[in-house]
Design a protein around this ligand. Structure first.
Ligand SMILES: C[S@@+](CC[C@H](N)C(=O)[O-])C[C@H]1O[C@@H](n2cnc3c(N)ncnc32)[C@H](O)[C@@H]1O
Length: 248
């Protein structure tokens, strides 16, 4: 669904040295995107375990893995209270999960005992970056992006976790080996998952009073966004992805 974000993730995992035979823990695996990528990189000789606090997300992840003929174990667990017997891993990976933690430093601390010596902690998180600076000719895109980030902020999410990753890893006494940020650009030609993502978030946006169902008008949103991309003919910063690999 978000091909450009996935490409960033795959490059981050590969450049960080995720390779055949490794054991990987996917923190806050959701419906398993990263678990799939990690599983393909470590191969049959390796092992991937994903955990999440949402049973629904885990059910989707299990289906995906089965369809793809891969082998990943999925567990119901909270990043802040991991069961001791979850084991230790050569790498712990996560994407867009620290942003939802009340205390990301504590979440990283809780992961550390499950990372082998010299193991790699690899996280990808977004940063709202006041991204509308690039979309002055795209008022609808600017507005939808603001609805999304306002919703995350109202739910207690950290909308600047991306830029904080570096310090979070250093404060956990980890040694940074990879650090990058990349704007994920959507254009008229590339199309966008923006309307899909807004639709998924619509109940949360509306319940937080960020936007009304009438203003959002979810059924026509994709058409209106695509028209705006065509008329403005500029790239839109859909996401500013930060990635870090830090070693124990
Ligand atoms: C935005 S989704 C990202 C999912 C996945 N990492 C990906 O990139 O596709 C965030 C996920 O983090 C999970 N999550 C949030 N807080 C968590 C916690 N305390 N422990 C475990 N998972 C958590 C949510 O249930 C959700 O599936």
């Amino acid at each position: 669904m978000n091909k450009l974000r996935d490409e960033f993730t795959i490059r981050l995992l590969t450049d960080s040295g995720i390779e055949k035979g490794m054991t990987v823990l996917d923190a806050g695996c959701g419906s398993g995107d990263l678990s799939v990528m990690a599983s393909e990189l470590v191969g049959d000789e390796g092992e991937v375990v994903g955990f999440d606090i949402s049973e629904n997300a885990l059910a989707m992840a299990r289906n995906r893995i089965e369809e793809k003929g891969l082998s990943v174990k999925f567990i119901l667990a909270d990043i802040n209270e991991l069961p001791e017997d979850i084991g230790t891993f050569d790498a712990i990976v996560g994407r867009r999960v620290l942003m939802y933690q009340r205390d990301a430093a504590q979440s990283i601390d809780s992961l550390l005992p499950h990372l082998t010596t010299n193991g790699k902690m690899i996280f990808q998180e977004s940063d709202c970056m006041e991204a509308s600076f690039c979309a002055q000719s795209m008022p609808l895109h600017t507005k939808v992006l603001a609805w999304m980030w306002d919703t995350v902020a109202k739910e207690g999410g950290n909308i600047h976790i991306g830029r904080q990753l570096y310090s979070l890893m250093k404060n956990a006494k980890l040694k940074i080996s990879q650090m990058r940020a990349e704007a994920i650009l959507h254009t008229y030609e590339s199309g966008s998952d923006f309307a899909w993502a807004a639709k998924m978030m619509a109940p949360r946006m509306i319940s937080h009073g960020v936007v009304s169902a009438e203003e959002m008008d979810v059924e026509t949103l994709e058409d209106r966004l695509q028209s705006e991309r065509r008329e403005s003919d500029t790239p839109f910063i859909r996401d500013m992805a930060f990635g870090v690999c830090a070693e124990k």
